[in-house]
Design a protein around this ligand. Structure first.
Ligand code: HEC
Ligand code: HEC
Length: 93
């Protein structure tokens, strides 16, 4: 009987499991928001050394060698979404 009377006052295994799952979900969401999810800029000489939007757009603008699709976002900061290639020469971010 004492066992059963104690139970409401202590978090049991199930409660801990439940809290653990909630914590895991919260952590996953928090980490997920800072993750860049789209295709990275390719790791080649051009993309390692291009540091301005204008330069990016000279190739990826409508008249460039590799235009972005027409529905692509107009947001300026390319590296907000496209991760810099390793060894990128610009400032971090
Ligand atoms: C000299 C021209 C040139 C410049 C400047 C340039 N790119 Fe590119 N980019 C290309 C070409 C060509 C491709 C496609 C071939 C490849 O994957 O290398 C490409 C591919 C990409 C891709 C991947 C597309 C895919 O379908 O996988 C992304 C993202 C990208 N560029 C972003 C950028 C960003 C951001 C900048 C500015 C920092 C930039 N590019 C500057 C020519 C350029
Ligand atoms: C708000 C996020 C965001 C920003 C900022 C952004 N892009 Fe993109 N870009 C995307 C997404 C999403 C895709 C599509 C990826 C896929 O095909 O799965 C994409 C695709 C591309 C592609 C591949 C061709 C295409 O149209 O699918 C190129 C090249 C590219 N972006 C270049 C750029 C350049 C250059 C800039 C800066 C001027 C830039 N992006 C800024 C999200 C962004």
């Amino acid at each position: 009987m004492t066992e059963e009377q104690k139970q409401p006052w202590k978090p049991g295994k199930r409660d801990l499991l439940f809290l653990g799952i909630i914590a895991a979900v919260v952590i996953a969401l928090v980490l997920g928001t800072s993750e860049r999810k789209t295709i990275p800029a390719p790791n080649d000489e051009v993309h390692r050394t291009t540091t301005s939007r204008a330069a990016c757009m000279s190739c990826h603008g409508a008249d460039g060698v590799s235009p972005r699709r027409a529905t692509h976002t107009q947001v300026d900061k390319c590296f907000l979404c496209h991760a810099q290639p390793e060894g990128w020469v610009g400032d971090s971010k």
